[in-house]
Design a protein around this ligand. Structure first.
Ligand code: FAD
Length: 445
C-alpha cells in the first residue's frame, strides 16, 4: 500500500510502522494520544493532498488531517487509516502593500507572527505559540487581538482547498461563498485547506502586558473585581485570568492583561487593575507582541498527558466562582490550570450569521486543563476534571469548538447555535458521505 501511494507521485514522504520518523510523525501535543495510522503521508502541496484523498477513497480508508497537532482530542491522528500530515507545508508570504498574507497549513502561530510583525503587521492568533494556524483558524481562533480585529476566522480572506472527491478549489467571497462561510468556524469538516489567505493590520511591534499574581486568600475578591474591570475597558484592553500553581508550588490567582493600543495610553487603562488588592507580583511591562504571543507557552508543554473540559460563561457569577475555588483547592496535579479567556470587542459584536463561528457575545471561554505526567495518575485527574465539570456545566452557555475534548462529540451542536443547521446542509453538499469525520464532526443533514 505504501508503494502504491508513493507511486502516485506524491512528492512528500510516506511512512508506515517501522520506518524511521513514523513514531515521531504520529506524536501530537496531547501525550494521551497513541494512535497508529496504517500510513502517514507527509504532503508538500495541494496535489499531494488531492492524491491522498483519492487514494483513501479507493481503499475505503479512514482519514485524519494534521496541521499543528494541537487538538486536545488528538483528531489529527487516526488508528489504522491514512494520516494526511501537513506539518511540512510551511510557506508564508506577506504582502505588506495590501496588508495580506498567505500561509500553508503546517505553519504554527509563532512562525506566522514572526513573519508578519517584521512588516509591522499582525492578525488575531491564539495564546500558545506552537498551536497550528490551520486548526485554530478553521475553528475560529480566539486570541489577544480578537477585541480589535475579530477572531482569526474573521480575518480569513480565502483559502485553497481539496474537497472530499480530491477536487482542488479556491474558496472566497466570490468562489464557493457557502464554503467560505462554513470554513470560518466550521473546522475541518468540508475539505482540506492547502493555503490560507489573511487580512493583516498595522500593529506593534510592542504591547504592554504581564501577569499579576495574587494569593488564593484574595482569589474571590480579585475575580469579582476582574469581571467588572475586563468589561469596562476599550477594545484595546484584553484581560484573561485564572488559577495556576507557581513553579515553586504555590497555588495562585492571576490576571493577565494586555494593552494593545497606543503605548502612551497603557498606564491609564492598567492603573485600576494594578491598584487593586495586594499582589504577590506584578509583572506588567512593555514587551514585543511576539513575547505576549508566547507568554503562556510554559504552561502548555508538548507531549504530557491531558484531559480538558471547556465552556462559555456569560457571567462570572459568585456561584460559579465558589464552585471553581472549591475544586481548584483539590486539584490533583499542580500542572493543571483553570483559565478564563475573555471574548469581547469585534469578536463579540460581529453578527453571528456573518461566519460559521457560533456563540458570539461578550463572555468568557473557560477551560479546565488537566495536565499530568504519570499514566498511573490518569484516573484521578480525569475524575477530578469530570466532577468539577459536572458542577459548572449547568452554568455554561455554549462552547468553543476548538476546545472540545475527546468525549465531547454530543456537544458539537452547542458550539454553533443558530448556525448549526446551515452547516449541516453545507456538509451534505460538499461531503455527503462524511469522508472528513476525524474532527468535531458535523454530520450531513
Ligand atoms: C495549549 C493550547 C493552547 C490553545 N490556545 C488556543 C487559543 O489561544 N485560541 C484558540 O482559538 N484556540 C486555542 N487552542 C485550540 C486550538 O485552536 C485547537 O487545538 C486547534 O485544533 C489547533 O490546530 P492544529 O492545527 O494545531 O490542530 P491539529 O490537531 O493538527 O488539527 C485539528 C483538527 O483541525 C483540522 N485541520 C487541521 N488542519 C487542517 C487543514 N489544513 N484543513 C482542514 N482541516 C484541518 C482537522 O479536523 C484536525 O483534526 C489551544 C490548544 C492548545 C492545545
Amino acid at each position: 500500500m505504501k508503494t502504491e501511494l508513493q507511486r502516485l507521485q506524491i512528492k512528500g514522504t510516506v511512512l508506515q510502522s517501522g520506518d524511521a520518523g513514523y513514531d515521531n510523525a504520529r506524536k501530537v501535543w496531547n501525550g494521551m494520544i497513541d494512535r497508529k495510522p496504517a500510513l502517514i503521508a507527509q504532503c508538500t502541496n495541494a496535489d499531494d493532498i488531492s492524491e491522498c484523498v483519492k487514494f483513501a477513497r479507493r481503499h475505503n480508508m479512514n482519514v485524519s488531517v494534521r496541521g499543528g497537532g494541537h487538538n486536545v482530542a488528538g483528531n489529527a491522528v487516526c488508528d489504522g487509516g491514512l494520516m494526511i500530515d501537513l506539518s511540512k507545508m510551511k510557506e508564508i508570504k506577506v504582502d505588506a502593500a495590501t496588508k495580506t498574507a498567505t500561509a500553508e497549513p503546517g505553519v504554527i502561530l509563532r512562525e506566522f507572527d514572526a513573519a508578519t510583525i517584521q512588516h509591522g503587521l499582525a492578525t488575531t492568533g491564539g495564546t500558545v505559540s506552537d498551536t497550528g494556524l490551520a486548526g485554530l483558524t478553521l475553528g475560529g481562533g480566539l486570541g489577544w487581538l480578537m477585541g480589535k480585529y475579530g477572531v482569526t476566522a474573521d480575518n480569513l480572506l480565502g483559502a485553497d482547498m481539496v474537497l472530499a472527491d480530491g477536487e482542488k478549489v479556491t474558496v472566497d467571497e466570490k468562489n464557493h461563498p457557502d464554503l467560505y462561510w462554513a470554513i470560518r468556524g466550521g473546522g475541518g469538516n468540508f475539505g482540506i485547506v492547502s493555503k490560507f489567505k489573511y487580512q493583516l493590520h498595522s500593529f506593534g511591534p510592542n504591547v504592554v502586558a504581564g501577569m499579576i499574581l495574587y494569593p488564593m486568600e484574595q482569589a474571590k475578591a480579585v475575580m469579582q473585581f476582574y469581571r467588572e474591570y475586563a468589561r469596562s475597558m476599550p477594545d484595546e484592553l484584553m484581560a484573561y485570568s485564572g488559577f495556576i500553581v507557581s513553579p515553586d508550588g504555590m497555588p495562585v490567582t492571576f490576571v493577565l492583561p494586555a494593552w494593545l493600543g497606543d503605548l502612551k495610553d497603557a498606564d491609564k487603562h492598567l492603573a485600576p487593575l494594578r491598584a487593586f488588592g495586594t499582589p504577590i507580583a506584578d509583572m506588567i511591562t512593555e514587551m514585543p507582541y511576539t513575547a505576549l504571543q508566547s507568554i503562556l507557552d510554559a504552561a502548555a508543554p508538548a507531549g504530557i498527558r491531558r484531559y480538558w473540559k471547556s465552556g462559555y460563561f456569560t457571567e462570572l457569577t459568585d456561584e460559579l466562582l465558589d464552585i471553581v475555588l472549591k475544586h481548584v483547592a483539590t486539584r490533583p496535579s499542580p500542572l493543571s490550570p483553570v483559565l478564563f479567556f475573555h471574548m469581547r470587542g469585534v469578536a463579540a459584536r460581529t453578527p453571528t450569521e456573518a461566519t460559521a463561528f457560533g456563540n458570539r457575545r461578550d463572555q468568557w471561554d473557560s477551560d479546565i486543563i488537566s495536565q499530568w505526567l504519570d499514566p498511573a495518575d490518569d484516573e484521578k485527574n480525569i475524575t477530578w476534571t469530570r466532577n468539577f465539570w459536572k458542577e459548572i456545566e449547568p452554568l455554561t452557555d455554549g462552547v468553543y469548538v476548538n476546545h472540545l475534548g475527546s468525549d465531547d462529540d454530543p456537544r458539537v451542536a452547542n458550539a454553533y447555535g443558530s448556525n448549526f443547521e446551515r452547516l449541516k446542509a453545507i456538509k451534505k453538499k460538499y461531503d455527503p458521505d462524511n469522508f472528513f469525520r476525524m474532527n468535531n464532526n458535523i454530520k450531513p443533514a
